[in-house]
Write a new protein. Structure first.
Length: 195
């Protein structure tokens, strides 16, 4: 059986914007990944819950946005896992559910800086490839992550679009349409989200 290589792109996607799309599309087209799954995270303990739209709304926006991209799809696996949930648990769960796939992580350079604080990060590093895309970051990446054979640095475009800034602009009635797919913009506008 031919194993598919799946890149996992975790995020709250609150909302999903063109930066997410550009990056994921670049990664799937310029690397050996067959597909990228946008893993919509239920509730990051580090994010302000008041500005986080409900799980089903964020998932629906991701689904609407990715409809026309064959190699990109939405994944709601974390909605069904016990909270608080850790990346290692999601990876193990996905492996059990989809033994025919090989999973990799996708993360920004900024996340790599604090990766050593993740639960079981050594296990993740030994068992999975991690595709790291560039971000404008302060401080240094720990030495142990610089030459690791499982960490693949991708020369993707640096995109500094912030979902937080998009939400703030919507609240101030500023035009954010260029930053969102038309499907996502219409959905947000229809429901009056982030006002």
């Amino acid at each position: 059986m031919n194993q598919k290589k799946i890149g996992l792109y975790f995020g709250s996607f609150n909302p999903i914007h063109v930066g997410h799309l550009i990056l994921a599309n670049y990664l799937v087209e310029h690397n050996d990944l067959d597909e990228i799954w946008f893993v919509v995270t239920p509730q990051n303990p580090f994010k302000d819950k008041r500005t986080l739209l409900g799980n089903s709304y964020r998932l629906e926006m991701v689904q609407l946005c990715l409809k026309k991209y064959e190699k990109l799809c939405a994944c709601d696996i974390e909605f069904y896992l016990p909270q608080p949930n850790y990346t290692i648990d999601t990876l193990i769960h996905l492996e059990e559910k989809y033994p025919q796939h090989v999973f990799s992580l996708i993360m920004g350079e900024d996340n790599l800086k604090s990766f050593h604080k993740w639960k079981n990060y050594e296990v993740i590093l030994n068992r999975y490839s991690i595709y790291v895309y560039p971000r404008i970051v302060e401080g240094n990446i720990p030495e142990q992550f610089k030459e690791n054979p499982h960490i693949i640095y991708v020369k993707a475009p640096i995109i500094e679009i912030s979902a937080t800034a998009i939400r703030e602009d919507i609240a101030k009635n500023r035009n954010v349409q260029p930053l969102l797919s038309s499907e996502v913009w219409n959905y947000i506008d229809k429901w009056g989200f982030y006002k």
